[in-house]
Design a protein around this ligand. Sequence first.
Ligand SMILES: Cc1ncc(COP(=O)(O)O)c(C=O)c1O
Length: 404
Amino acid sequence: MKRNATDFLALEMNEIREAGREWIHRTLEGASDTVCKVEGKNVVMLCSNNYLGLSNHPKMKEAAIEAVKTHGVGSGSVRAIAGNMDLHEKWEKRLAKFKEQEAGFITSSGFAANQGVIQQLAPTADDIILSDRLNHGSIIDGVRTTKAKRAVYEHCDMASLEAEISKLAKGDPRRVLVISDGVFSMDGDYAPLDEIYKICEPYSNAIIYIDDAHGDGVLGKNYSGKGLVDHFGLQGKVHIEMGTFSKSFGTMGGSIVGSKELVTWCRNKTRSYLLSGSHPPATAAASIKALDIIENEEPTLVKSLWDKISFFKERIIEMGYNHELTSASGTAIIPIIFGDPHKAKEASNLLYSEYNIFALPILFPMVPRGLDRIRVQMNAALSQEQLEEALRAFEELGNKLKIF
Ligand SMILES: Cc1ncc(COP(=O)(O)O)c(C=O)c1O
């Protein structure tokens, strides 16, 4: 057969299929909500990032519709040229106020924020980067685009961070960038930010960068939803708080908050921002509304998420899904460990086909071998009835698959 330049596409896909790693995309035929229509079937959604139920919230939709009427559907350009709308500026100011920081900066996605900002923070071989072993792939990709010397420290292991930072700092680096997920997306545990701060404090050139994609809208003092920095009361001490609107806030868009200087610098240096069109006005307006809802209009929303997390997690552990990772999760991500890829897959298939529950499996290599799981993600909008229904399903499943 005559080979052509793109033969590798089919070959690589065969390899992926044979390894059982092809992503089969299920189709949502309607909104992402507590109950979603997935390929003709109504199922309770247990694996979306929509922690506060905002992605189909009536007030969010109203705000988006209003913005379409006044501002159209597209921005027409990148922010720096002709795509800087008043709604974008309002969005950044609203976010800064919510996060109690001087200024905010929005990028097209969280991925673009990590990739674009990390690339500029420590670009040269005179810089060093220290990154938690379980940091998100977008951080890893950002780090890969720099020439910085780098080390991976063990997951949330402060002795490991301390050892790596003191070793690398001996080379008298120009900048020391310490990066951690706030909340770790597979296990739902969170970084010991107070300790990271203490370790970094003696280094005058150490910059702390926290990716709070799964902490925003979830963590924070008195159920503020302001994230991990607020949880530890470290405002003004963590240099860069990164986040995304694609999870708790129900829309889309990466974010950076910090000093005015930081934001002005980001606006001028971040290539993934400068070279990419700005958000549609509807996204900006709905995002502003999300913060209004959390902070002012529905101040009990975050608390209601936590009530559901506690209820679900307690019951799931009690019934026998008592892996240490399940107990160690401290957020809306609740890993239910099956320990075997076939069992985790079978469990997910049964949940979907017999119990009308949508909860996809997460398997090796996305998680370590033997920690294959279903990652439940809680949603404040789930009703007590839906939670009970899900728990009944997990209990029957555990018995059927001889998990306990
Ligand atoms: C920890 C973390 N950081 C960054 C991102 C990227 O965010 P976005 O969906 O806005 O690109 C994600 C999303 O998967 C994430 O889990």
